[in-house]
Design a protein around this ligand. Structure first.
Ligand code: GLV
Ligand code: MN
Ligand code: MN
Length: 410
């Protein structure tokens, strides 16, 4: 069985087939969570898994689980999964590679008539991206009990549509109780989304850690007034204050070298009219660091700066810190390393810059992650790219990591 390999061509074709759903002109995908396109992608996943004899279950958060029985159904499933939703300017691989690697593993086991001892499961987690609804990793977060189901159901997008109604609308509000599956390990394959594996010329990243993330909504409230008749000294310009805070977000990241990161990617300006001084502005802040203490310091620096700006400019700055994701260790990644070595792939230890569903699954079962290189380190971009060979290597490592735990019946 040590030579068992997945079908790389079939995996690639499936990636390209899935990428047609929400395809963008620049070659990427725009498939936001719980849209009609997300439904189409989910339906295709279910159809592919059912055609190789799997049973499908959907839980109350819309998370999907495809199950292939083992010889001993009393054993916890060895699971893998990721997400099918994308960013508005997403690529073909972020999330999808992990899900379709799982599908390819189901197909390989089916085709080779292999019976594993433990059941194998492949999951699709709802709204990993956190673009349409916040926070990110919402489905896996609810699954492991980090978030409350009822609260997440009520989260709304910018048009006021909520998660529960959208789940009903696309036919994915399932009946299975949250967190009720029996699993013994969780693995996730994902593109690196950064430049390190490519720079180091390695085929596989053995992911040891997921870095910490803090998400905020900052609302600055000033006063609308006329752009032509309000002297500079009498203004309470919410957008000018926001510009200060956004520049400081970058400074905080730069001061907290070498791993500090800070981003503002979303903003709403009111009334958004060119000759009225902006009265209120809401924007996002995303701070990241693999070291929880440094990340706490970055949080403090942001809060202090916001207070200073509020006082200096005579307006109110409200910092809503609505999501903290602590750095997580992947304690099943030794299996990933063993599999990479067995198959003869070059590899290195690495940490994950992005959040992943496996980060939350690590709360309840041993979890491991496999990274593949990503061209020029670019992701959350329509040109995101990983070669067919790199995908094949990642999927083979995922397969053998899972088989190591699941066992095979001779
Ligand atoms: C989500 O995947 C994130 O890292 O923002
Ligand atoms: Mn992802
Ligand atoms: Mn992503």
């Amino acid at each position: 069985m040590s030579r068992l390999e997945i079908n790389g061509e079939r995996l690639w074709q499936s990636l390209m087939e899935m990428a047609k759903i929400g395809a963008t002109e620049k070659g990427g995908c725009n498939r936001l969570a719980l849209t009609d396109l997300d439904k189409q992608a989910r339906d295709l996943f279910c159809q592919w898994c059912e055609s190789v004899g799997c049973t499908i279950s959907v839980d109350k958060m819309g998370n999907i689980f495809a199950r292939r029985e083992g010889s001993d159904s009393s054993l916890g499933a060895v699971s893998t999964g990721s997400h099918l939703d994308t960013q508005p300017t997403g690529g073909k691989f972020d999330g999808v590679f992990g899900v379709l690697s799982g599908v390819e593993i189901l197909r390989t086991l089916h085709e080779q008539k292999i019976t594993t001892r433990a059941p194998i499961e492949v999951s699709v987690w709802t709204n990993e991206e956190g673009s349409r609804f916040q926070p990110a990793m919402q489905g896996s977060g609810v699954y492991v009990g980090r978030f409350d189901l009822e609260q997440e159901w009520q989260k709304t997008d910018v048009d006021g549509k909520n998660v529960k109604d959208e789940l009903v609308r696309i036919g994915y509000l399932g009946t299975e109780e949250i967190g009720s599956r029996h699993m013994q390990a969780f693995f996730e394959a994902h593109i690196e989304q950064g430049p390190i594996l490519e720079d180091e010329n390695k085929e596989i990243g053995v992911v040891r850690l997921g870095q910490g993330i803090r998400w905020y909504n900052v609302t600055i409230t000033g006063r609308e007034s006329h752009a032509g008749s309000t002297p500079m000294a009498l203004r309470a310009d919410a957008l000018a204050a926001a510009a200060n805070v956004i520049a400081e977000v970058e400074n905080i990241a730069l001061r907290n070298k070498p791993n500090g990161l800070g981003t503002t990617g979303f903003m709403q300006v009111h009334p958004n009219s060119r000759n009225t001084i902006p009265g209120s502005v809401t924007f996002s802040v995303d701070l990241r660091n693999p070291d929880p203490e440094v990340l706490a310091k970055m949080d403090q620096e942001l809060n202090e700066y916001c207070q200073v700006i509020a006082q200096e400019r005579g307006l109110s700055v409200d910092v809503d810190h609505f999501w903290y994701f602590a750095p997580v260790e992947f304690n099943a990644s030794d299996n990933v390393k063993i599999a990479a070595e067995k198959l003869g792939y070059s590899h290195m230890d690495i940490f994950a810059g992005a959040g992943h569903d496996a980060c939350y699954m690590a709360d309840i079962v041993p979890a491991g992650m496999v990274f593949t290189p990503c061209k020029d380190g670019i992701s959350h971009n329509e040109i995101e790219f990983t070669t067919p060979e790199q995908c094949t290597a990642g999927c083979n490592v995922l397969l053998h990591s899972m088989l190591e735990v699941a066992g095979i019946v001779d």
